[in-house]
Design a protein around this ligand. Sequence first.
Ligand code: NAD
Length: 255
Amino acid sequence: MGRVQGRVAIVTGAAKGIGKAAALLLGHEGAMVAVTDVDEKAGRAVAKAIREDGGQAQFWPLDVGNEEAVRTTVAEIHDHYERLHILVNNAGISGANKPTHEVTDEEWDRVMQINVKGVFYCTKYAVPFLQEAGGGSIINLSSVYGLVSAPDVPPYHASKGAVRLMTKTDALLYANDKIRVNSIHPGFIWTPMVENHLKSSGDVEAGREEVAKLHPLGHLGEPDDIAYGILYLASDESKFVTGAELVIDGGYTAR
Ligand code: NAD
């Protein structure tokens, strides 16, 4: 018996990185996984990998920043599985890495559209189905960058701070519906997002060593380190946990 046996889960941004690890683990633990992403090829491969592992999964192309696409895709997923229990709001981008006075309106809005409005849209259209199911779990990917600051990516910091509080508001709004809403705050995790961020700022290996030093445990995390937190929050093991911040950061914020 898996830890989320028989549950239906939507994972956004599930083609790569943390979302991929979460989709694979939820599938391995018995969930029926709707793998969604803008990257169709990689997304289809993740759904196939879950099926090859003996699980159930299907891919849906989805840009979380497009409200109409979110509305129709969430409804299609619900039609397909006839129920919905888990939403992992994982899709996100790091966006422009410049000081605030150089960030353009378009750069600011793009990060907000995906990281903040994407969470809003997916939550908005999933909640009625979670209510119909008698409860569920929403897991929002914030960041240590939503808890403390650093002198980089200003729109990203703002977006992850927003996600932290959106989580608590929705936890209160939907507690009576038995819908739990929690945020996860990863430190630096070795994914394409971090690799591209380091590439944009110089030598990747040197950058990786520098970033590793920010974590008292002395290294970056792996996508699975976060996927296990997502699995915990998705499962009934966390049935008394809502509005919480699950920090998984190798000690980054403990200083
Ligand atoms: P990643 O860039 O490696 O993967 C993100 C996935 O999201 C990709 O598959 C991408 O195609 C998809 N995506 C991008 N825009 C999308 C959109 N508009 N609609 C749907 N899918 C979209 O990122 P990651 O490192 O795995 O990060 C996942 C989440 O975790 C993000 O919300 C990120 O902010 C957060 N996070 C990551 C780290 C880290 O160190 N990697 C740390 C803290 C928080």
